[in-house]
Design a protein around this ligand. Structure first.
Ligand code: SF4
Length: 340
């Protein structure tokens, strides 16, 4: 297998304060002028192989969706590199980026918000085919759209209806058909089932797995729910406050989680994941925010293993072998458990 996507040291920051008055704050009894910056993504690196489903997991606000939006081009990265099929996306001009959009599509959490309510479902799928000139005329585009809708489980006679006339699960099927309409190689699925009932979630996940093989797709799958990722992804990365804290195969992450945060995620969802690891007590302390990250490990005040070193020094990523990586002082540079 070869890589379809490589992300290297991606940083995404957003300035909150625009004018001078916004930047004036009171700190320790003194007025200071300092713009506030949201550090949403802080040096994220990973790669996705062709034909692979790779998961990015973490709680709300950990930076996983911002990472996805930056890769798809909705945000300009503050720094870092992104390569698609070997091409440097950060060096592309508008025309090249536009051509790339055909290869890389996104499926959103809320399909209703992403579907134009004034268009029939048929037109929603036909328009991107025509826009990217993938059919010689409208008739051919409509034939392709009907075939795609039928493949995702929407009967042809329903194609003249509007998005509000469908259920949440059906709308996500339409969103998938629209994404497939331009023959993409790579799909970014941002929490695609989190708004759906559990019974419908399984149907959509099974459909996505079938389509992955049938259309030779690769997925970047964003989720907060470990049971969803376990179902669909062969490798995954766990994010916490803008950083990847652990990465590995499904078996490494679910059977031998190394980072205390991964252990926490598994412990709080034992019924969903079937994990047998012991429960994890969360210290009753406030989480840091992406506006004011600590200089050491960001998980420090929730971690039962934290030491003074953890509060002072940002842990580097250690290689535990077999592609299993962890950023935690519990492990030394050779990946062995260390005394902290
Ligand atoms: Fe816990 Fe320290 Fe590891 Fe952070 S570096 S997860 S605080 S042991």
């Amino acid at each position: 297998m070869s890589e379809i996507l490589r992300v290297e040291n991606l940083v995404q920051q957003f300035k909150l304060d625009k004018g001078l008055l916004d930047k004036i704050h009171m700190e320790k009894g003194r007025l200071v002028v300092r713009g506030r910056v949201v550090q949403a993504v802080n040096g994220v690196s990973f790669s996705v192989e062709k034909g692979e489903a790779f998961g990015l997991v973490g709680e709300s606000g950990c930076g996983k969706s911002t990472t996805a939006r930056t890769i798809i081009g909705l945000n300009k990265p503050t720094s870092g590199k992104m390569y698609f099929d070997g091409q440097d996306m950060t060096a592309m001009d508008r025309g090249e980026r536009h051509a790339l959009h055909k290869q890389m599509q996104m499926i959103f959490q809320d399909p209703y918000a992403s579907l134009n309510p004034r268009m029939t479902v048929l037109r929603i799928v036909v328009e991107p085919i025509l826009f990217h000139k993938l059919a010689k005329d409208r008739k051919e585009a409509e034939e392709k759209a009907y075939a795609l809708l039928e493949r995702v489980g929407i009967r042809p006679e329903l194609a003249v209806r509007y998005p509000h006339q469908f259920s949440g699960g059906q709308r996500q099927r339409i969103g998938i058909a629209r994404a497939l309409a331009v023959n993409p190689q790579f799909i970014i699925a941002d929490e695609p089932v989190s708004a759906l009932d559990v019974s419908i979630q399984a149907q959509i996940l099974n459909l996505m797995m079938d389509l992955k093989d049938e259309f030779h797709l690769s997925y970047l799958f964003i989720a907060h729910d470990l049971s969803v990722v376990r179902h669909i992804c062969s490798r995954l990365a766990v994010m916490y406050l803008g950083r990847i804290v652990e990465m590995g195969t499904r078996e490494q992450i679910f059977d031998s989680p190394a980072h205390p945060y991964t252990q926490l995620l598994l412990a709080v969802a034992p019924k969903l994941t079937g994990s047998s690891i012991e429960s994890y007590e969360i210290p009753d302390k406030e989480m840091p925010t992406v506006l004011d990250l600590p200089k050491g490990c960001a998980f420090c005040n929730r971690c039962k293993h934290a030491t003074a070193k953890c509060a002072e020094i940002l842990p580097e990523t250690k290689d535990l072998g077999g592609g299993h990586m962890v950023a935690c002082h519990l492990y030394d540079e050779k990946g062995r458990e260390a005394a902290v």
